[in-house]
Design a protein around this ligand. Structure first.
Ligand code: MG
Length: 396
């Protein structure tokens, strides 16, 4: 079948929970500088010409918009639909949305947003399985023995391992079959089945298992996130470095900004934006690594819209430029040169702020500070200087 004609994919991304910590749902957490959901949508888009309908939580509309900035011109990506209170309800609403938008396909694939390594082979096998059997899901044999236990932790039974499969997504179905199965389950008041195969089973359908892929992991824990980032990094073999340098003079004031952190001080820093000298040096280092001009060429001081602007805008734009090239920030090493304020007490807060703005692990961001022993303009406390080196990995 030509997937462009008869296949649609629902990408389920409406969950609220996050075992990863942080205050945003895990599908919007960044992996190597790009949100997990955006990476999954890109993988799906590479895997198949089928249309893709993301199902998101209504509260995440703005988060979603920001996450898919690089994907907006992709004609396969439909505007998102809003999900419901459970995963099952979200998928049903996604199916309803396809119908309402006159985009009901012959075959629908339902995929978890947290599985970013979905491959073209897996998608093709899912489509072929649904064509042959009406309902087909990827499954892997287990290596561990599985025990059923009671509430006291006592083993009730030992499952026959050869007959067990650990199942993944995408799960693929004849559209009419799964749509009616979802409506059936909802009409019976069954609302929290763990996957769509269970919805089909509940309606009495036979579900076929085809081989899953061990690389098709679901990102659930912080460790999963770290391993996935390392996997992505390994594929980016063109390593570039860039340097940045910036100076701002002191002026009367009571605080300065460094790396997006407000630090009380007996003076302020003079500048067109918020004069965050550290963020400016890092922005230039990042732009240097991808040979994309400098901060002044992207954000001219002559442009009044940058007056007083928070410098995170510049950092985010540089990071987005790297992301748009399919690359990732591997490391940043920065130095602040000043007599005062003392940077040490603020070092980790500044690192955390920069890591958050750039969407990288804090372990990839080093910050150092030095005085200039009373020499020169920094020694006379006329201003602050900052230097940075960025290492960026790009696809070849
Ligand atoms: Mg500057």
């Amino acid at each position: 079948m030509n997937p462009a004609l008869g296949v649609a994919i629902i990408a389920v991304a409406a969950g609220r929970g996050s075992r990863l910590g942080g205050d945003i749902p895990k599908q919007y957490r960044k992996i190597a500088g790009k949100p997990l959901l955006a990476r999954t949508l890109e993988s799906l888009s590479r895997a198949t010409p089928a249309i893709i309908l993301p199902v998101i939580h209504e509260d995440d509309t703005e988060l979603y918009r920001l996450s898919v900035v690089g994907l907006q011109d992709n004609p396969k990506l439909m505007a998102p639909a809003y999900g419901g209170a459970t995963r099952q309800a979200s998928v049903r609403l996604g199916l309803e949305a396809l119908l309402a938008r006159k985009a009901a396909p012959k075959i629908v694939l339902i995929h978890d947003a947290a599985r970013l390594f979905v491959s073209g082979d897996l998608v093709a096998n899912a489509i072929a399985g649904a064509e042959a059997y009406g309902a087909a899901i990827p499954g892997l044999p287990l290596s561990d023995t599985i025990k059923e236990i009671d509430e006291n932790g006592i083993v009730i039974s030992t499952a026959e391992r050869e007959r067990l499969r650990s199942v993944q997504t995408p799960q693929a179905f004849d559209f009419k079959l799964i749509f009616e199965a979802h409506r059936h389950a909802a009409s019976k008041g069954v609302t929290d089945l763990p996957d769509d195969a269970a919805v089909a089973e509940f309606a009495g359908h036979r579900v076929h298992i085809f081989p899953g892929e061990s690389a098709n992991v679901k990102i659930t824990t912080s460790e999963d996130l770290k391993v996935a980032e390392e996997t992505l990094m390994r594929e980016l073999t063109d390593v570039r470095t860039g340097q940045g340098y910036d100076v701002h003079a002191f002026e009367p004031g009571d605080h300065i900004w460094l790396g997006g952190v407000r630090i009380p001080h007996r003076q302020g820093l003079k500048g067109h934006s918020d004069a965050d000298v550290l963020s400016h040096a890092i922005t230039d280092a990042l732009l240097g690594a991808i040979a994309d001009g400098d901060i002044g060429s992207h954000f001219p001081p002559s442009d009044p819209q940058w007056r007083g602007a928070p410098s995170r805008i510049f950092l985010e734009a540089a990071a987005a430029g790297i992301s748009a090239r399919g690359g990732a920030i591997a490391h940043i090493d920065a130095t602040i040169v000043c007599e005062r304020p003392k940077i040490g007490p603020h070092r980790d807060a500044i690192r955390a702020s920069l890591a958050d703005i750039l969407g990288i692990d804090i372990g990839r961001l080093a910050l150092k500070a030095t005085t200039s022993e009373g020499l020169g303009f920094t020694g006379r406390e006329e201003g602050i200087a900052s230097l940075a080196i960025a290492t960026v990995r790009l696809p070849v």
